[in-house]
Design a protein around this ligand. Structure first.
Ligand code: BDR
Ligand code: CA
Length: 330
């Protein structure tokens, strides 16, 4: 949260302003939970807009799903923009219905949304809104492939200096890949975009599989969320009960990883996480390692630091935060 400086009146507490964020997303059940966590936190976060990208499913579906989530949270007022429908260049879109189901948001039975999607393309919105903003005033939270952000940087490189921080769910290092043995899904879908973003000079925090695999949706945690008794709590429990199945079977774990909400939790409560400044580079040539994020965790090269790479999380604290915030929603 930003603290306004200036003379304090009558020893009054400093006035705090919510941090302005744009959510770039490909919902996805975990994207949906991340959106709800942000929307449940208006004192700390002002969600300026939601921009969709093709990833977990095609763009039409990710946009419909984002609209459903905004309506579920009672926030139809937040503008929704549809962005890129495919990765940069000639790359074919890779999707993940095998995890998220054919709709991308299988699990709860949510009504068809009524929200009108904005006419402007999501990439143009990023260029215009960031271009018109005060330097360092907007945080970009990305929950899917980095196509929109890279396309915006290609169009208007000077927007890089406007972005306060880019908080990204993407990549993997110690935990290795989830879509190939080496690559994490969001980076693998559009490695060129990830490469452009990581070389942009924007302050970046990376929440990779190394941390998102530590916040498991155990039965007890889902039971707490289900027991909240509100529509959002029930929908989240239904979403995660669906999406965890694939990973529980794959990893033999006590629950599924919860990826994208780590981004919003990090913005809300960074002290729940620990990491270090490193160089992260994207493998663009490897036969077996294409799309891998190569993290110089031990500083064995002189490649410049370009990201704060988060390695650990207080998982109990994370679920306390998530559950307490979901309680505030409809
Ligand atoms: C990422 O891939 C998607 O399936 C999830 O929504 C998350 O953003 C995890 O690799
Ligand atoms: Ca996602």
């Amino acid at each position: 949260m930003a603290v306004l400086s200036g003379p304090a009146l009558n020893n009054a507490a400093p006035v705090t302003m919510p941090r302005k964020i744009i959510i770039d997303t490909d919902p996805g059940q975990d994207d949906a939970v991340a959106m709800l966590l942000a929307l449940a936190s208006p004192d700390e976060l002002e969600v300026i807009a939601v921009v969709t990208v093709a990833g977990n499913v095609d763009l039409a579906k990710t946009t419909t799903n984002a609209a459903k989530v905004l309506e579920l949270a009672g926030r139809a007022d937040i503008p929704l923009y549809a962005g890129s429908d495919r990765p940069l260049g000639q790359r074919e879109l890779v999707t993940a219905e095998h995890v998220h189901g054919p709709t991308g948001l299988d699990g709860p039975d949510l009504p068809e949304p009524q929200i009108a999607v904005q006419d402007m393309h999501g990439v143009d919105f990023l260029v215009e809104s960031l271009g018109a903003s005060d330097p360092g005033s907007i945080t970009l939270c990305t929950l899917g492939p980095l196509t929109n952000v890279a396309a915006a940087l290609n169009k208007a490189p000077d927007i890089a200096s406007r972005i306060k921080e880019l908080v990204i769910m993407g990549g993997a290092y110690f935990e290795v890949g989830n879509i190939t043995p080496a690559a994490e899904f969001n980076v693998f879908v559009d490695p060129q975009a990830a490469d452009i973003v990581l070389r942009s000079g924007i302050p970046i925090t990376l929440l990779s599989l190394d941390v998102t695999h530590r916040v498991l949706t155990t039965p007890e945690r889902l039971a707490h969320i289900r027991a909240l008794g509100n529509s959002c709590g029930s929908a989240v429990a239904a979403m995660l009960s669906f999406s965890e199945k694939f990973d529980i079977e794959k990893y033999g774990s006590a629950g599924g990883p919860l990826h994208d909400p780590c981004v919003i939790a990090y913005v809300l409560q960074p002290d729940l996480f620990e990491g270090r400044a490193v160089n992260v580079s994207v493998e663009l040539d490897g036969k077996y390692t294409y799309g891998m994020t190569v993290v110089d965790y031990w500083g064995v090269t002189d490649r410049p630091h370009n990201a704060h790479f988060v390695r650990s999380v207080d998982d109990e604290g994370f679920y306390d935060l998530l559950t307490e915030r979901l309680r505030r929603l409809p």
